[in-house]
Ligand binder design. Structure first.
Ligand SMILES: *Cc1c(COP(=O)(O)O)cnc(C)c1O
Length: 344
């Protein structure tokens, strides 16, 4: 029997649609490590154009895109500056340190953002005692802050200040598409405030695999070698790039539906006694909500509803629910009803 549970664990759980599979099946292929996969080339050109960068590179994961962005712009012993709850620091197995040999300075701030003052004071003076401050990572949307997009003006002022301070800017745009939908701008408008960007096709866009790194040709030349070094050179990867091309065309502009439904879920959760959810703090496709301790722990509630709804606890009393391609209005209502029944 088909699994009818509503899976809100992540926007990575989507299956390729029939139309996407047909696009994959029809794609002309080559060997991308040898440089002749036409579909990968088409994707890399399309992404570079969309982001207004000289080149882009197709990679297996967002983690690799971030690692390549960071490693191609730094040397061991240098320092990375980012928000204290960044994906690159918390969820990528310490790659910046293990592979890049970097130290970090972590900045506090609301909604995954940080002030110009915090950024400026984190930069080291030129003294042989200190690591060299090298780059700043901006995460957009910011996952752990509820999928919050950076306002364009703030992304601009952080980039401007970073460049004044001699830092490179890497944007972790795993959900850049969601940020663009939420603030109503084109990807290139954010991208001009970053030297390199990582973007994912396997999240909101619904692809089975794939991310990209974009930047100038010189940086991408280094990133290409690093991709090979880390084992990310793929052969007939046009079959995956075809899914990404399909998704950029057909799934990017539907993200507003996910955002509307996430807000709808937050509204329904808000009305359940013992649950705190804030629709006004649900700008994109993620709903983070708190569970009153009188209802038990967040993990207990996730277990209690798991026959009907799958979600992840993210803290003792906090749960995350993520809306994606396979979630329609009825799924939202069913999920809220199941959660309501489980706490009653
Ligand atoms: C998921 C995610 C990544 C990494 O993507 P993977 O493809 O899972 O490696 C990077 N940054 C953010 C903000 C993410 O949410």
């Amino acid at each position: 029997m088909a699994d009818t549970r509503i899976d809100l664990r992540s926007d990575t759980v989507t299956q390729p649609t029939q139309a996407m599979r047909e696009a994959m099946l029809a794609a002309p292929l080559g060997d991308d490590v040898l440089g002749d996969d036409p579909t990968v080339q088409r994707l890399e050109e399309a992404v570079a154009t969309l982001l207004g960068k000289q080149e882009s590179l197709f990679v297996p994961s967002g983690t690799m895109a971030n690692a390549l962005g960071i490693l191609s712009q730094s040397r061991p012993g240098e320092e990375l500056i980012c928000h204290e709850r960044s994906h690159v620091v918390d969820w990528e197995a310490g790659g910046y340190a293990a592979l890049g040999g970097l130290t970090t300075r972590l900045l506090p701030g609301d909604d995954g953002r940080f002030s110009l003052e915090a950024l400026t004071s984190a930069v080291r003076i030129d003294d042989p005692h200190f690591p060299v401050s090298r780059l700043v990572v901006v995460e957009n949307t910011h996952n752990r802050s509820g999928g919050t997009p950076w306002p364009l003006a703030e992304a601009a002022s952080v980039a401007e200040q970073a460049r004044r301070l001699g830092l490179c800017v890497h944007m972790d745009g795993a959900r850049l598409w969601n940020a663009c939908s939420a603030v109503g701008c084109e990807p290139a408008e954010y991208a001009k405030h970053a030297d390199t960007l990582a973007v994912c096709f396997s999240k909101g866009l619904g692809c089975p695999v794939g991310s990209a790194l974009a930047g100038d040709s010189e940086t991408m030349h280094r990133a290409r070698r690093l991709r090979k070094m880390l084992g990310g050179g793929m052969r007939q990867s046009g079959v995956l790039a075809a899914a990404a091309l399909y998704a950029l065309k057909h799934h990017r502009h539907r993200l507003t539906n996910d955002h509307r439904r996430a807000r709808r879920l937050a509204e329904q959760l808000r009305d359940i006694a013992g649950i705190s959810a804030d629709p006004a703090r649900t700008p994109t496709n993620m709903v983070y909500f708190d569970v009153d301790p009188s209802l038990g722990r967040a993990s207990d509630l996730c277990d209690r509803v798991s026959d009907e709804v799958l979600m992840f606890p993210t803290a003792a009393q906090t749960i995350r629910a993520v809306v994606h391609l396979h979630i329609d209005d009825a799924s939202i209502d069913r999920a809220a009803t199941a959660i309501s029944a489980a706490v009653a």
